[in-house]
Design a protein around this ligand. Structure first.
Ligand SMILES: Cc1cc2nc3c(=O)[nH]c(=O)nc-3n(C[C@H](O)[C@H](O)[C@H](O)COP(=O)(O)O)c2cc1C
Ligand code: SF4
Length: 407
């Protein structure tokens, strides 16, 4: 499926940052359409396609745009979050390399809609090639007259290697020159965000969907996906998978198809069968192969299994996998990346790691569950609140720990 990703014909004939590409993809028309419609109609269209944020939490996009638009402050900001530092998540990188004009068009439409004259792109520090692509695309948009002092200016900021800097308020602190520590919410970014001004922050993929919506229309957008979640999702397949990579798929696709079909994952790619699927990234939920075969890529459907689409990371593990080691690796990641600002997360992530490194998971199961509850209930931000998700989901699925009947 080619919507967010350009059709191969366009891709092969036009450079990703060229004016020709802007026209071929319909983004020049999208920009004009959105500006002609005006802020209220733009937000109504976003509401009509039920666009949820693609950065992980699926928060209704229209609601954020309306809140920022309605703020009476003279200075407002829009931010593209391209920090993308969670293990297994690499879809924004692919999107920005292949078509940076899509999210940048969405970012400019956002600025005009909410009344911001300045936009920021916060890009993961290790993504130097992506940053170059973004800068080239901004040059093209400057030549087009969309970017500049008379319109909207865009500044690109590079992250410095901290996963926590992707959390929206930590990201604001990072841009402001402070340590990337999350702020207590409320106040929410829509009221007091970057430099304590009303701020709209969106994921790269969310903004690319905005460009597509106004390059076409609501009916076109809703023609794929489900009624509850129209459109497509970028999915990053990794781990034991024959064809790892980023795929654009309609919401509602069966996870089984995504994992096994040859046009997508093509199975484990090893001689061993599938043992587990980590759905939604490092802070996601482990599913058994049976659950994965029953589930669809859809928020409501995955919720039945206690899982979520998250940022679209799907990691596969075959029967050669030592699940305890995988969980220890995840625990080490969260313990390393915790900013240390609040106790439940600072101490909780370390305690979980100690238990797992000491191979005492089953002996200390009740303690781990207590820790997970405290972290979920009392941590300041999403990192601490979700750091134990994968562990708890794995402990609750005894079949993940069994050897297969026959390999
Ligand atoms: C620890 C942590 C890391 C995050 N990293 C990212 C990220 O790299 N990219 C992103 O878009 N959102 C990330 N988020 C979510 C952002 O805080 C925010 O919700 C998102 O950028 C909003 O955009 P969306 O509504 O378009 O998804 C992260 C959240 C947490 C708690
Ligand atoms: S939950 Fe963790 S990462 Fe988030 S503020 Fe607290 S210590 Fe920092």
């Amino acid at each position: 499926m080619y919507r967010l990703f350009p059709d191969p014909a366009i891709e092969s004939q036009t450079a990703p940052t060229s004016h020709q590409r802007l026209v071929a993809r319909g983004f020049d028309a999208a920009y004009d359409n959105a500006l002609n419609l005006g802020p209220d109609a733009v937000i109504q269209s976003i509401q009509a396609i039920r666009l949820g944020g693609r950065g992980g939490a699926a928060f209704p996009t229209a609601r954020k745009w309306l809140s920022v638009k309605n703020e009476m402050e003279a200075i407002k900001y829009v931010v593209m979050n391209a920090d993308e530092s969670e293990p297994g998540t690499f879809k924004d990188r692919e999107l920005l390399l292949r078509d940076p004009l899509a999210p940048l068009t969405g970012l400019l439409i956002a600025a005009h809609t909410v009344g911001a004259e300045k936009a920021y792109v916060y890009v993961r520090g290790e993504y130097r090639d992506v940053e170059m692509r973004i800068l080239e695309a901004i040059q093209e948009l400057t030549a087009t007259g969309w970017v500049g002092p008379e319109s909207v200016s865009i500044e690109v900021r590079r992250g410095a290697g901290a996963y926590i800097a992707g959390e929206e308020t930590a990201l604001f602190n990072s841009i402001e020159g402070y340590r990337p520590e999350p702020r207590v919410k409320p106040p929410y970014p829509t009221a007091q965000g970057l430099f304590h001004k009303p701020t709209l922050i969106q994921n790269v993929e969310t903004l690319a969907n905005i460009a597509l919506l106004f390059a076409h229309d609501v009916d076109w957008f809703r023609a794929v996906g489900t009624a509850a979640t129209p459109g497509t999702k970028l999915v990053a397949l990794s781990g034991h998978v024959a064809h790892p990579g980023v795929y654009e798929v309609p919401f509602g696709i069966e996870l089984g198809a995504l994992i096994a079909d040859h046009q997508y994952g093509g199975g484990t790619g090893t001689s061993r069968p599938l043992k587990a699927v980590l759905m939604g990234g490092a802070a996601g939920t482990f599913l058994t192969p049976m659950e994965a075969m029953q589930a669809r890529l859809d928020y409501v459907d995955l919720a039945k299994f206690g899982a979520s689409v998250g940022s679209g990371a799907v990691m596969l593990f075959d029967y050669g996998t030592d699940l305890g080691r995988v969980l220890t690796g995840l625990a080490r990641f969260f313990a390393d990346e915790s900013c240390g600002q609040c106790v439940p997360c600072r101490i909780g992530t370390k305690r979980i790691l100690e238990v797992l490194e000491g191979q005492r998971l089953w002996e200390r199961r009740a303690d781990l569950e207590d820790l997970a509850r405290a972290m979920t209930d009392a941590s300041i931000c999403g990192l601490g609140q979700t750091a134990a998700n994968a562990l708890v989901s794995a402990m609750n699925r005894p079949s993940l720990w069994e050897e297969p009947a026959a390999i």
